[in-house]
Design a protein around this ligand. Structure first.
Ligand SMILES: [Zn+2]
Ligand SMILES: [Zn+2]
Length: 340
């Protein structure tokens, strides 16, 4: 079978390796789809701070079980599945207190340990989640980023009946907006400076999409949500401009969730955070409950994920998928790789 290895930034080579045999509690997955996300692109560009080379990428996965270890009880050959790509220690303070997503020695498949970019991939059964036949392969490969959105919103508290402002409408911002609606938010505004992304957010049922380069964002917030503005704000860009927007347009006492990954240190006005009693809350990845909630929302038809898939490349054109994302420069949402 073939494995796609990134030997150094920008270079992917294919290696013929032996098909893995699942150990006791492992399942062997025939990989069908892999989604490429922003963090993968950082690895491709050599700008991911916590990844060394060579590395096999692939953490947004849909596949089918082709073999199981002798201790596996909950899965059978032929099951459609996705995986949770987190390998945790089980020993640290957060692991012992139910927050294993922020394990002290968290390792993520595709970053600190090899991921699923190969024909078959063996994973411990506790990291595998069974999917019904109703879930399409592309949807299955997007459960991981959807779980990111579920977890981020959970960090801000309940969204039911609330007005939610989402800054940024790339894949994660879009999913945060859609999941907020799926969980019963009253109204959702999504912003972005790229019209292509705003159009997709609109197609996905976001109540108001706005380009702050063209319109006054604060006025739009008041017009759509009323004088009390947003009940929760999610920053899904990872940039100084958007985090500043969040802080300056927030109602006093608001929860601001930082979902975006910052590649540069932003200058922000701490005096506003102090004076307005704002709560700045971080969020990282997800836990199993977030996966299950993401799957439930997809099953209930509350998320339009198909609209997010811009293009699908064959496994042997992995590198072209990256080149395509580079060339599109923001005008691509989810790009995927498909296997035979
Ligand atoms: Zn991802
Ligand atoms: Zn731990």
């Amino acid at each position: 079978m073939l494995q796609a290895i990134m030997t150094k930034p920008g270079v992917i080579v294919y290696k013929e390796i032996e098909k893995p045999k699942p150990k006791g509690n492992e399942v062997l997955i025939k990989i069908k789809r892999i989604g490429i996300c922003g963090s993968d692109i950082h690895v491709y560009h050599g700008t991911h701070p916590f990844t060394d080379y060579p590395i096999v990428q692939g953490h947004e996965v849909y596949g089918e079980i082709s073999d199981i270890g002798h201790l596996v009880k909950d899965f059978s050959i032929g099951d459609k599945v996705t995986i949770m790509p987190q390998v945790t220690c089980g020993e640290c303070y957060n692991c012992k207190n139910g927050k294993y997503n922020i394990c002290d020695s968290l390792k993520v498949m595709g970053f600190q340990i090899n991921g699923a970019a190969q024909d078959y991939y063996a994973v411990p059964d506790k990291l595998v989640i069974k999917l019904s036949e109703n879930i399409l392969p592309e949807e299955g490969a997007m459960i991981e980023p959807t779980a990111v959105a579920v977890h981020a919103l959970k960090r801000g508290g309940s969204v039911k009946g609330k007005n939610i402002l989402v800054l940024g409408s790339g894949t994660i911002g879009n999913l945060v907006g859609q999941v907020a609606k799926g969980l019963g938010a009253k109204k959702v505004i999504n912003s972005d400076i790229i019209e292509f992304r705003l159009n997709i957010a609109k197609q996905c049922g976001i109540d108001l999409t706005i380009n702050p380069m063209k319109y006054n964002l604060e006025k739009a917030i008041i017009k759509e949500f009323g004088e009390n503005k947003a009940d929760m704000i999610l920053e899904c860009v990872g940039a100084e401009t958007t985090v500043s927007q969040a802080i300056s347009y927030a109602r006093k006492g608001t929860n601001i969730i930082i979902v975006g990954v910052f590649s540069q240190k932003p200058k922000i006005d701490m005096s506003l955070i102090q004076d307005r009693e704002l709560n700045i809350i971080g969020t990282l990845m997800y836990q199993k409950d977030d996966y299950l909630k993401a799957i439930e929302l997809i099953e209930e038809g509350k998320l339009l994920l198909k609209n997010l898939v811009t293009k699908i490349f064959p496994f042997l054109e992995y590198q072209n998928a990256y080149r395509y994302i580079e060339k599109k420069n923001g005008l691509a949402m989810k790009v995927m790789v498909t296997f035979n």
